[in-house]
Design a protein around this ligand. Structure first.
Ligand SMILES: Cc1cc2nc3c(=O)[nH]c(=O)nc-3n(C[C@H](O)[C@H](O)[C@H](O)COP(=O)(O)O)c2cc1C
Length: 305
């Protein structure tokens, strides 16, 4: 599988196939359903300062070509995670990237500080900046370039590990947020998180999601994700990790052509938890047959203008 190795910052990954936050648990639960050693990396579900129950049900609904979720960052909280999960990653067969979320800047910083204060073999962090920022007036970090830069800068000063900023598509210009993250020292950006969506039962007239709005994911968002990745690729110097509706090897190739150095498989894991491993093998076959490396495809889309 020599065709598949990629580098992000100073870190070499055995392949570009990662699994996306919130769709693969903490990375330890799915051992029996797939060979996790085949994956390039696992991104954990978002970890917050305090444990969170998440939103009340219903919090997921299937839609045409995708799903809407409003899980609300349910997770065990950083202290429990450090105590119970981190030891399990010793001699883990793939790289672990911890996804961090918070509702204030201080929360993000405290979570990262806690991780940095213990010894562990995690590879780095993916920062989920699409959460409501209560202290700063109900805005989300991810929609504001200044917040993004300030947060990234602070986090950067606290860690030498790989720092990836995960971008929201629910913005006017995703490249402005990406540039802010780059300026402040992020090693890479990942794009995209879910799009705001809504689903209604026409018979009962009820919202299908308790919180009325949720995050749309799955194949329905792939064209949006590809456009975001391509725009970021054109404007940024740091690598872009593609996310959004990837279900097979040709999706993975499309993301490379749009400019992604690596990609994450999300919603597709719910249908088939083994899908990431399958894509690794299919991608290896594709690269061997075409005598190229995955990285050779980066940004090579042929455009009309
Ligand atoms: C049920 C569910 C839970 C998610 N939880 C998180 C999360 O905790 N943190 C995060 O950054 N992204 C989360 N996401 C977003 C995914 O990581 C990914 O960015 C998005 O779903 C788009 O990729 P996909 O179309 O392949 O699913 C979640 C997505 C789903 C479907």
């Amino acid at each position: 599988m020599t065709n598949l190795t990629i580098k992000i910052g100073q870190t070499v990954f055995k392949n570009p196939v990662f699994v996306a936050s919130g769709t693969f648990g903490y990375g330890t639960e799915i051992n029996d359903l797939t060979d996790i050693s085949a994956l390039g990396a696992i991104i954990t579900k978002s970890i917050t300062l305090h444990p969170r129950e998440g939103n009340p049900p219903p919090r997921t609904i299937e839609t045409l070509g995708g799903m809407i979720n409003s899980i609300g960052l349910a997770n065990m909280g950083v202290d429990n995670y450090i105590r119970d999960m981190l030891p399990l990653y010793h001699q883990f067969p793939t790289k672990i990237i911890v996804n961090i979320a918070g509702s204030t800047m201080e929360e993000y910083l405290q979570v990262l500080k806690k991780f940095e204060s213990v010894s562990s073999n995690i590879t780095g962090y993916e920062i989920n900046i699409s959460c409501p920022n209560v202290k700063e007036g109900g805005m989300a970090f991810g929609v504001n370039a200044d917040f993004t830069a300030r947060l990234t800068e602070q986090l950067r000063s606290l860690t030498q590990r790989l720092l990836i900023v995960k971008l929201s598509p629910n913005v006017t210009d995703i490249t402005q947020i990406g540039k802010a993250a780059q300026r402040a020292g992020a090693d890479a950006v990942s794009a995209i998180n879910t799009l705001v969506g809504m689903s209604i039962d026409s018979t009962t007239r009820k919202s299908n999601i308790y919180t009325t709005y949720g995050g749309l994911s799955g194949p329905a968002i792939k064209p949006v994700a590809l456009a975001c990745v391509h725009k970021l690729f054109l404007k940024l110097k740091i690598p872009v990790i593609g996310i959004g509706g990837i279900t097979n090897v040709s999706d993975a190739i499309e993301f490379a052509l749009a400019g992604a150095v690596a990609f994450q498989v999300g919603t597709a894991n719910f249908r088939d938890p083994d899908i990431g491993r399958k894509i690794v093998y299919e991608l290896d076959d594709y690269c061997t047959q075409n005598n190229l490396k995955y990285s050779d495809l980066k940004g090579q889309v042929i455009r009309y203008q």
